[in-house]
Ligand binder design. Structure first.
Ligand SMILES: Cc1cc2nc3c(=O)[nH]c(=O)nc-3n(C[C@H](O)[C@H](O)[C@H](O)COP(=O)(O)OP(=O)(O)OC[C@H]3O[C@@H](n4cnc5c(N)ncnc54)[C@H](O)[C@@H]3O)c2cc1C
Length: 387
C-alpha cells in the first residue's frame, strides 16, 4: 500500500478546498486534495463571486484565470418587492475595484482545480473518499482512501461542504435549520434587460426571482417559493403556471419572463442555515460550507468560504514553518472568522424572513454587507499576517 507523509490534506474540492490547496501548494507545501467526484459536474448556484472572495482569488493569483475563463464583471443589482423598486446595491461604493464577478460555480471550481493540478507538489485524488481516519488523541495521524492510498498529514482541512466528513469525525455537532423554500436554477439565452442589469425580485408570499448573466450568451433565472407552492408551479410542465406567478411580482423583465417555458429545465437545491460552534480540533480545521450555510439571497456563501481560506492559509503557513503551534494557529483562525461568519449568516436569515413586508425587507438590506465591502479591508489586513 502506498503511504505518504504530506503537509496538508484537503478533503473536498469545492471552491474553498481547491483554493486552499492551491494557495498552500503554490507556497511549496506538499498538499493532497481528495474529491469524491471527477471534478467536473456539480449542482451549485454560486454564480456570484463578491468582492472579498474575489480579492482572495486575486491574492493567490487565481482571479485572472477566472476572468479569462468567462467570468463577467458587474457593479449593480436592482432589488424589488411586490414589483416595486426598493433599492439598488452599487458595488462601486464598496471597495476599490467596484465590481463582483459572475461565473457558474462549476466553471470557477474547474478553473481552480486545473490550476492546482499543474503544481508539482500538489496531489489531486478525484473519485476518492477517505474510508478510514486514525486519530492519536485529537491529532489526525493518517487516513486511508478508497483506493488504498494512505496519507499522513501534518494538518487536515475539512472542505466537504454541508455534510462534512471531517466535521463528523471531530464530533462537532451542528444544528441545521432548513428553510421552507427550495431554490431552482434555470438557464436561458441572453435578453436585453438582463444584459443591462441584475434584477432581484421578492414578494410578500415568499416568492423570489433573480435574473443575472452567466457569461455573455446566457442568463440565469433563480426562483424560490415555499416548497408546496414550488411543487405545484413546476408540476405544470408548460411553464404557464410559473410564468403567471412570476408575473405577479416581476415588473421590469418582460423579455426574460417571455422565455419561461418547460419547467423540466429547473434544478432544485434545498437551502438551510447553519453555523458550527467550533471550527477545529487537534490538527484538523474546517472551512466553507463545512462550518456555515447561509440563505443564498445574499449570494455570500462561497464568498465567506473564500474569506475563510484568506485567513486560514497565512495562519497555517506560520504553523507549517514552525513559527507557531497548531492550537494557537487554529484558534487565531476561528477567532478571526467566527464573528464575521455569524454576522453574515444572521444577515441572510433576516433578509430571507422579511419578504412578507416591504418596509421590513427594505430595512433589512445592508448595502455594506451585501456588497461585502464590509470586510474587504479587514480581510486584507488578516491576509497579510505571517506569509
Ligand atoms: C441556490 C444557491 C445559490 C447560491 N449562490 C451563491 C452565490 O451566488 N454566491 C456565493 O458566494 N454563494 C452562493 N451559494 C453558496 C455556495 O454554493 C456555497 O457557500 C459554496 O459552494 C461553498 O463552497 P465549499 O467549497 O465550502 O463547499 P462545496 O461547494 O459544497 O464543495 C464541497 C466539495 O466537497 C466534495 N465532497 C463532499 N463530501 C466529500 C467527501 N466525503 N470526500 C471527498 N469530497 C467530498 C463535494 O463533491 C464538493 O466538490 C449558493 C447556494 C445555493 C444553495
Amino acid at each position: 500500500m502506498e503511504s505518504m507523509q504530506i503537509d496538508v490534506l484537503v478533503n473536498g474540492g469545492g471552491v474553498a478546498g481547491a483554493t486552499a490547496a492551491y494557495a498552500l501548494a503554490r507556497q511549496g507545501y506538499k498538499v493532497a486534495l481528495v474529491e469524491q467526484t471527477d471534478g467536473n459536474k456539480i449542482l451549485n448556484g454560486a454564480d456570484l463571486l463578491k468582492p472579498s472572495g474575489r480579492d482572495v482569488l486575486a491574492d493567490y493569483g487565481l482571479l485572472d484565470a477566472v476572468l479569462a475563463g468567462g467570468g463577467r464583471k458587474r457593479s449593480q443589482v436592482k432589488i424589488f418587492h411586490d414589483g416595486d423598486y426598493v433599492t439598488e446595491v452599487d458595488y462601486t461604493q464598496h471597495g476599490d475595484l467596484g465590481y463582483f464577478v459572475l461565473i457558474p460555480y462549476e466553471k470557477s471550481r474547474k478553473i481552480i482545480l486545473d490550476q492546482l493540478a499543474e503544481l508539482p507538489n500538489a496531489l489531486v485524488y478525484f473519485n476518492s473518499r477517505i474510508v478510514e481516519s486514525h486519530f492519536e488523541g485529537d491529532t489526525l495521524a493518517r487516513v486511508v482512501l478508497n483506493s488504498g492510498v494512505e496519507l499522513r498529514p501534518r494538518v487536515a482541512i475539512g472542505a466537504e461542504g454541508n455534510g462534512s466528513y471531517l466535521r463528523k469525525e471531530l464530533g462537532i455537532e451542528v444544528e441545521r435549520t432548513v428553510y421552507d423554500q427550495k431554490m431552482f436554477l434555470g438557464k436561458y439565452p441572453m435578453v436585453p434587460s438582463v444584459e443591462e442589469k441584475n434584477r432581484l425580485y421578492v414578494d410578500h408570499k415568499g416568492g423570489l426571482a433573480y435574473f443575472y448573466p452567466i457569461g455573455t450568451s446566457h442568463y440565469r433565472l433563480v426562483i424560490g417559493f415555499p416548497q408546496e407552492e414550488a411543487k405545484a408551479l413546476l408540476a405544470d410542465a408548460s411553464g404557464a403556471a410559473l410564468k403567471a406567478r412570476l408575473t405577479e411580482f416581476v415588473s421590469e423583465s418582460d423579455d426574460a419572463l417571455a422565455q419561461v417555458g418547460d419547467t423540466a429545465i429547473f434544478d432544485g437545491i434545498p437551502i438551510a442555515r447553519m453555523h458550527a460552534p467550533s471550527y477545529y480540533k487537534g490538527n484538523t480545521v474546517l472551512i466553507g460550507n463545512a462550518i456555515h450555510a447561509i440563505h443564498p439571497i445574499t449570494g455570500q456563501g462561497m464568498n465567506l468560504a473564500l474569506e475563510d481560506v484568506g485567513v486560514l492559509v497565512p495562519a497555517l503557513k506560520a504553523f507549517l514553518d514552525g513559527d507557531q503551534g497548531i492550537e494557537e494557529t487554529l484558534r487565531h483562525y476561528q477567532e478571526s472568522r467566527y464573528e464575521v461568519n455569524e454576522k453574515v449568516v444572521s444577515y441572510g436569515h433576516r433578509l430571507a424572513t422579511t419578504y412578507h413586508q416591504r418596509d421590513a425587507f427594505a430595512g433589512s438590506i445592508d448595502h455594506k454587507i451585501q456588497g461585502s465591502g464590509r470586510d474587504a479591508d479587514a480581510m486584507r489586513v488578516l491576509q497579510s499576517l505571517p506569509g
